[in-house]
Design a protein around this ligand. Sequence first.
Ligand code: ADP
Ligand code: ASP
Ligand code: MG
Length: 406
Amino acid sequence: MSKIVMKFGGTSVGTTEKIAHVANRIRKEKEKGHDIVVVVSAMGKTTDELVKLAHEITESPTKREMDMLLTTGEQVTMSLLAIQLNALDIDAISLTGWQAGLQTDNVYRNARVENLDGSKILNLLEEGKVVIVAGFQGVSSDGEITTLGRGGSDTTAVAIAVSIEADICDIYTDVEGVFTSDPRFVPNARKLEQLEYDEMLELANLGAGVLHPRAVEFAKNYKIPLRVRSSYVENEGTILKEEVDVEKNLVVRGVAFESDIVRLTIEYEVPFNGSLASIFTTLANNHIDVDIIVQSIVDGVKPTVSFSIKKESLSEAITVLETHKEVLGFTFADFEVGLAKVSIVGSGMVSNPGVAAQMFDRLRKENIPVKMVSTSEIKVSVVVPQQNMILAANALHDEFKLGLSQ
Ligand code: ADP
Ligand code: ASP
Ligand code: MG
């Protein structure tokens, strides 16, 4: 008998029929004698619709109230699923994030899990119940309701798995596992049987929306076996591990991409010692995530710092920069929208110095201009015009022979 966390994403619980299907899947696991905790997302596109409703009222809704609004989505699903299981004579109980003991910091809309006391869930499991927990939500130490960022139900699932020492955390979704790239846009993408936590972490951080990055981080840190599998097709899916079998370890394992990237450029008359630190500390203090940073100090040219952020942070970043212009000491700021980031990821890259060159060469052959570059031991990312994003992803997928046909 094992303790299993089963997480079902939005499309998997999009209608009451689908909820009934999920309930059946849960029943099968329960009948095998396992203890089951289920984490659910909001039904279908509910979260998007709630965001849209708020934006019909104002362009900048208050963050606290957005969290109050968005957490209702998951609460609808959790109770409908409990009602469905109860109707099947399965003893089930639903809990909000705060009832389940999921404590976060106080950053509305993008809170981090700080603690999860699993004792309540464990007691309910002991009573033989299936415990259903609303994903994506928690409570801060001052009693405020928070959300974990878009896609955050995955993180709820892994956090619960850690707190109850589950044997496995299964993420049920609308694809059969983690693919070499998003199968919706890269038709040649192939399902991976296994993948290293670190590779998945990079892919998730670089835009592969199949898993929330913090879920992968938790699973890696606490060594929770994490599996991505289909809600509809019964097969093994993709299992994440510390290290994968050598023969499967291709140099490049996946291609990720992310649209709506903005490049901000700041120009100085004269740079001062610490100007870089000041900018990025100020942005970080205002919770603005900065990605690729390029500093250019060349004799005879005004020094600049360019960095990429997500489009959704643009207006806030501009406000923060304007407010602190004097202290930060820059003279001019500009931005470029309509960009995207495309990345190749693979732990085998460490020992293969030619990979970046091969990537740039292929992009040149496809006539795709590269605006920014960033590398780490296991990834290379480029910022390209958004209209070239899908072409770049498919070309690189092909270049590194990741598809089915090779
Ligand atoms: P859920 O609602 O179940 O959480 P998501 O939409 O968050 O589902 O994640 C599943 C989607 O992730 C897939 O439909 C797919 O389009 C997308 N995706 C992006 N990159 C990948 C990848 N490398 N492998 C599989 N799916 C991916
Ligand atoms: N419902 C939330 C979202 O759409 C959380 C999740 O699905 O994981 O982002
Ligand atoms: Mg998701």
